[in-house]
Design a protein around this ligand. Sequence first.
Ligand code: SAM
Length: 291
Amino acid sequence: MSPAAEHDGPIAPGLYLVATPIGNLEDITLRALRILRSVDRIACEDTRQTQKLLNHFGIATPTVSYHLHNEGPRAEELLAQLKQGARIAVVSDAGTPGIADPGHEIATAAIAAGIEVFPVPGANAAINALIASGLSTESFTFHGFLPAKEGQRKTALEQLPRDNATHIFYEAPHRILDTLADLEAVFGATQPAVIARELTKLHEEFLRGTVAELRAQLASRATVRGEIVLLFSPTPKQTAPMTQSIAAEVAALMQSESLSEKDALKRVARERGIGKSEAYRELQREQNRKR
Ligand code: SAM
């Protein structure tokens, strides 16, 4: 049994990556509480946020801030203490450290320095959204947050493989409608998707349906609030019937899904497995033939 798995006595020196709840405080584990009580200090993404958790469970371990803006220099400081045999826990504001949160840098630095790194498992929004989504859990990819800028976001979506694997994204409530609009432009209005909102909290909600249905549902609300995970599994590329011209396909998409000509052409290109410029040249050839 490794030192980290012992139940009594002092814990082994090293770095402990401790998951904390993503909403429901009951999701802290017994082991996480024991580790947080036993370490020499807790490196927190936000000391005030973690202090609330520690107060709730009556834990008096000293804290130190460790966030994206001081990750480098603070990691060095913590590493120096770890090398002297300290026991240090890293926690983020919520969920699993290192997953769209600080933690990775110090973990890799500790490993490189030959220091033991112990995961202390617990809550994570992506995995819990996935297991209750109803989408395939056999193969999935977690992408973190999509780019905030529309152009970059669409490009990121366009580059996703269509292989039936489930894609998981974190998304901010003020961006979810724009992201769904991009999802619709890239994968079509009938693409099934799932929104997991406020997991483990009072207003936990799963919305399952086509992208168009989810958009309509959220758009009908006065505001969209809370924390969100977006999931979908794009179906494999259909070989487009070559009997139809590109111009006809583009026109049909513009009419049926209210896409711009540019977005419709992009979709046709993707579905035919050809590049955008190739599709554009073919469209022009078709138009020239008609003249
Ligand atoms: N490290 C965390 C984890 O393990 O899930 C994620 C941290 S990331 C900075 C925060 C994002 O995770 C939120 O914007 C949201 O997309 C997602 N998230 C966190 N808690 C959530 C919850 N209770 N319900 C739905 N999504 C959540």
